[in-house]
Ligand binder design. Structure first.
Ligand code: AMP
Ligand code: MG
Length: 322
């Protein structure tokens, strides 16, 4: 198994040294755990793609300490960026902007644009500081297409064969869903991936924000129809539709629902929080637990709303069950 390290000063230094030597290191953020390498080091970037089995055209998010760090790797920083980042950074908002010529194209999946965000997790920030503010490119620390990790142990499970991988332990990710991705290179700002920073709050700041329902995989690979998926086949069921769905299913199922008293044996109910924030922060752990039960299917009760914070939850549920 990989090595899980408590985030002492010494282990932050070791992680930074490994990254300077061209290795990838896993670290906690407030969204999910990331598998990071130096943005400016194509060796480390290649390691990230190799370890994740990530298609080379799926771009990475660059993590920086602040707006100053972002401006070192992007072009076209404008007043909208100042407005957004002064209010929402550090935090779970990723901006897509034109990539500066000095940033290796490998760090952007071959694109002329680059995604950038400033994480708030103290361990991520200490690592960035230890690296002198150099940017870290990091996708989620899971094998490509699998459920994102929200605990150090999730990372260790996905990368069980990477014996030298260092994982900095930062506890449970506070938000537990990947960041909101906002494209600022289009005529109007475009929401590419909903997250904890809601569409409503972006519209309050920017006015107009496009939020197309379905994305082509080309625009933003994290929005492929099937993504963030458990290994067991999973399906969404209408709210209060559990009994009806289970009546048709003789094989044992795992059921993510709000009230497990509706789940008779031989099925297993997993109680989900009614609060959107709590739901988001526990969803991936619940999907990973459901996967270990050896059930025929995972059934997931639809949340009560698809607006505000629920938008990101429903988006991930749709992809997990596509
Ligand atoms: P992950 O870090 O694994 O959550 O994935 C990062 C996701 O951010 C990608 O899958 C894309 O959906 C999105 N992304 C990153 N860079 C870009 C970019 N330059 N243009 C559009 N989307 C991007
Ligand atoms: Mg990912």
């Amino acid at each position: 198994m990989p090595i899980i390290l408590e985030p002492t000063d010494l282990s932050i230094q070791r992680a930074a040294e490994a990254m300077r030597a061209g290795q990838a290191v896993a670290f906690p953020t407030e969204t999910v755990y990331g598998l990071g390498a130096l943005t400016h080091d194509p060796r480390g970037i290649a390691e990230v793609y190799r370890m994740k089995w990530r298609p080379s055209n799926n771009p990475l998010i660059a993590h920086v300490l602040d707006a100053h760090g972002a401006r070192e790797i992007v072009e076209g920083w404008d007043p909208r960026c100042d407005e957004l980042t002064s209010r929402l950074w550090p935090g779970p908002l990723t901006l897509v902007l034109p990539r500066r010529a000095n940033v290796p194209v490998e760090a952007a999946g071959g694109r002329a644009t680059i995604a950038v965000r400033s994480p708030s997790h103290p361990v991520a920030r200490r690592l960035l500081q230890e690296l002198g503010g150099e940017s870290i490119s990091a996708p989620s620390a899971n094998r490509s297409g699998h459920v994102s990790p929200t605990l150090a142990s999730h990372v260790a499970e996905d990368f069980a064969t990477e014996l030298d991988l260092m994982i900095l332990n930062g506890g449970r990710s506070e938000f537990g869903l990947e960041s909101t991705v906002l494209d600022l290179t289009t005529a109007r700002p475009t929401l590419l991936r909903p997250g904890t920073v809601t569409l409503e709050s972006l519209r309050q700041i920017l006015g107009d924000v496009d939020a197309p329902e379905v994305h082509e995989q080309g625009a933003s690979p994290g929005t492929a129809p099937r993504h963030y998926a458990p290994r067991t086949p999973a399906a969404l069921i209408p709210i209060n539709g559990i009994r009806a769905a289970l009546a048709l299913e003789p094989r044992p199922c795992a059921v993510l629902c709000f009230d497990p008293s509706h789940v008779p044996s031989p099925h297993t109910g997993i109680t989900m929080p009614r609060d959107a924030h709590l739901y988001g922060s526990t969803l991936y752990d619940a999907l990973r637990s459901a996967d270990t039960l050896g059930c025929a299917r995972i059934l997931i009760e639809m949340p009560p709303s698809a607006d505000g914070l629920w938008r990101a939850v429903v988006d991930r549920l749709r992809r997990a069950t596509a």
